[in-house]
Design a protein around this ligand. Structure first.
Ligand code: NAD
Ligand code: TDX
Length: 337
């Protein structure tokens, strides 16, 4: 069913993927007005939305668990794209509580407002809800793969997906869900793998690799995630799930060596550190449903080029990340990572 929203709420729009999506909408959809709802946790940064004209976007500093605020914002919206979440696996292992609150309870509050006001709801989820695959397994995740999350983070995302499905089936809320693979690109928090290693090298710290370095992630540029989400929001079938991926499977040591080479460092100039408990071995997405039914294609198919642009972004935006670097590394060091 086609949807032509003019007033959209973007939760988590000051975070990594949410802010890239807001920029994408402002650049590509001239008739759409965006209300960003973001609590500005450690992962949110108002600067991520710098340069967007006031007549295209309103920024609301607030919590998705605040039912009254959410209700007020949904009264004036056609659609909501829900990115807000606690998003980092390692944090969920050291302290799961905010993950349950934001990812489960927050999604519940948004669904209740969508139900009351008849707002089209697109839920952003992750491939991690499917658990992991063995390195030698020819299979990839599809929309039919059973849920089997491993970490407090992925189980909280799986819980939120289940709420979204139930609110569609029971109350008829007009929803879609997308489960995407690992994103890379500008404005990703420096706790995450690629920005952590790039900023380590820029600071003269050795990159840190977990376990045996053979874990596989399926990388997609965040701009391709944005174009896929817009496609699903406007052309997706209600109640359906779409997997988003760009055929970018790579193991961690290869990604790290690509970063080291691009930054003029020796291939072995890194440290092995303690593995993540419960560390998922491999993620791999089969996105043929999205490509076949909605005609979506990724644009950033050259990983080396996208990685170089990402490295250049961190090198030229040191003010964006340098204030947090010591605290992030101290926290990792305390965990042996
Ligand atoms: P992020 O941590 O960079 O940003 C999360 C944003 O949500 C921040 O701006 C934060 O301030 C905001 N937020 C957190 N709690 C909030 C609350 N209670 N109320 C309002 N705002 C709140 O995360 P990200 O990497 O951009 O991920 C965005 C979404 O995409 C998440 O739902 C995540 O599960 C999903 N996802 C991420 C990836 C990835 O590779 N990063 C891949 C697939 C799916
Ligand atoms: O310093 C590190 N060294 C390392 O080897 C860090 C931070 C990570 N890793 C490994 C762990 C993973 O195998 O790199 C891989 C990627 O790690 P993260 O960037 O933490 O991502 P991941 O755990 O795969 O989850 C990401 O993709 C799915 C996002 O953070 C999630 O929000 C998304 O749902």
């Amino acid at each position: 069913m086609a949807c032509d929203p003019k007033n959209i709420i973007v939760t988590g729009g000051a975070g990594f993927i949410g802010s890239n999506f807001v920029h994408w909408v402002v650049d590509n959809q001239p008739d759409v007005h965006v209300v960003v709802l973001d609590a500005l946790t450690y992962a949110g940064n108002r600067e991520n939305l710098a340069g967007i004209p006031d007549d295209r976007m309103e920024f609301v500093h607030g919590d998705i668990c605040d039912a009254e605020l959410v209700d007020r914002l949904f009264a004036d919206a056609d659609a909501c794209v829900h990115f807000a979440a606690e998003s980092h696996n390692d944090n969920s292992i050291s302290n799961p509580e905010p993950f349950i609150r934001t990812n489960v309870e927050g999604t519940y509050q948004l669904l209740e407002a969508a139900r009351k006001h008849g707002v089209r709801f697109h839920h952003i989820s992750t491939d991690e809800v499917y658990g992991d695959l063995a390195l030698d397994d020819p299979a990839r995740f599809t929309e039919e793969t059973p849920y089997c999350p491993s970490s407090p983070y992925s189980s909280s995302k799986a819980s939120s997906d289940m709420l979204v499905r139930a609110w569609h089936r029971t109350y008829g809320v007009p929803v879609t869900i997308s489960n995407c693979s690992n994103n890379y690109g500008p404005r990703q928090h420096i706790e995450k793998f690629i920005p952590r290693q790039v900023t380590n090298i820029l600071c003269g710290i050795k990159p840190k690799l977990y376990g045996d370095g053979l874990n596989v992630r399926d990388w997609i540029h965040t701009e391709d995630h944005s174009s896929a989400v817009w496609k699903i929001l406007t052309e997706g079938a209600l109640g359906e799930t779409y997997l988003i991926g760009a055929d970018g499977e790579k193991n961690n040591i290869d990604v790290l060596r690509a970063i080291l080479a691009a930054m003029g460092k020796d291939a072995d100039d890194f440290e092995w550190v303690r593995d993540r408990p419960g560390h998922d071995r491999r993620y791999a997405i089969d996105s043929s449903k999205l490509r076949r039914e909605l005609g979506w294609q990724p644009k950033h198919t050259d990983f080396a080029e996208g990685l170089q642009d990402t490295i250049d972004w961190y090198a030229s935006n040191e003010d964006w990340w340098s204030g947090e670097k010591d605290a992030i590394e101290a926290k990792y060091a305390a965990q042996g990572q």
